[in-house]
Design a protein around this ligand. Structure first.
Ligand code: NI
Length: 266
């Protein structure tokens, strides 16, 4: 499958389930902007059945190559990013994975048991990347107990494999040359931003500034009934040129660490 087809399926699912992302996309597009994605992010865990290598497979098959590695000590995550050489408008792919052995036996058992339910053919299918939650029946009690250890693990349990966020490249917007201006525009239109670590993560000196909406609250069916929990968010990124003139293409672990909190339950 071509990269553009993968992203279009992912966007359909993401924008359907997170209506504020679609509304923000339309705000930009209706004002004449070209919306290019800086990156699309996924979450998983390091179980060999679904680790970063597994989720990266359809992108590698579409021509993507590994481009950077990151480690998040406090959240106990590793991440890698991938790029499509020769196509700067094809989004970077950012995949993070929970380092299971650093968590309680209970958390490990819960996520591994969820994986045990997954038919093997799905694990090898290009559809895995937008399959959604891996459980046919979710327990709100389990979700709550995962949250006590890791908001990331709870999100992964409830939402599984899908785009966790798309990211608008501010570099391609013509009416906004600063991330502050994008943020002011979003707030004026009524979209609250993630304030953890300040609205803007990163600095021009770090060559990457990022901000994000708070995740839409979405209805999820649990065995205990329908609950409203944080789903996905929309991110905005402005990149700066390096000394050699090339636009910086990596990620800043300290900034991403705070961006992860856009899906925290609050
Ligand atoms: Ni991101």
């Amino acid at each position: 499958m071509k990269a553009s087809e993968i992203f279009s399926k992912l966007w359909d699912q993401y924008s359907r389930e997170n209506p504020s992302a679609e509304r923000i996309f339309n705000l930009f597009q209706n004002s004449g902007e070209k919306v290019v994605n800086d990156h699309v992010a996924f979450r998983t865990c390091n179980d060999p059945r679904v680790n970063i290598d597994v989720l990266a497979r359809p992108f590698l098959e579409a021509g993507y190559v590994p481009a950077g590695e990151y480690y998040f000590e406090v959240k106990k995550l590793r991440a890698r990013h991938f790029e499509l050489p020769g196509d700067p408008e094809s989004p970077r792919v950012f995949i993070s994975e929970l380092i299971l052995e650093e968590f309680s036996q209970g958390l490990q058992d819960t996520l591994r048991k969820q994986l045990d339910e997954v038919p093997e053919e799905l694990l090898f299918s290009p559809d895995l990347i937008h399959h959604g939650s891996l459980s046919s029946s979710l327990s709100y009690g389990v979700y709550e107990s995962l949250r006590e250890e890791s908001e990331y693990a709870a999100w992964l349990y409830a939402f599984g494999f899908r785009a966790n966020h798309f990211t608008v490249s501010v570099n391609y917007l013509t009416a906004f040359d600063k991330l502050e201006a994008v943020n002011a525009f979003l707030k004026e239109k009524g979209y609250p931003l993630n304030n953890s670590g300040g609205e803007i993560k990163g600095t021009p000196e770090q060559l990457l500034e990022q901000s994000s909406t708070l995740a839409d609250r979405v209805e999820v069916s649990f065995s205990e009934g329908v609950k409203i929990i944080p789903g996905c968010y929309y991110e905005f990124a402005l990149r700066y040129p390096q000394k050699d003139g090339q636009i910086f293409s990596g990620f800043i672990a300290g900034s991403a660490d705070k961006i992860f909190e856009s899906t925290d339950y609050r």
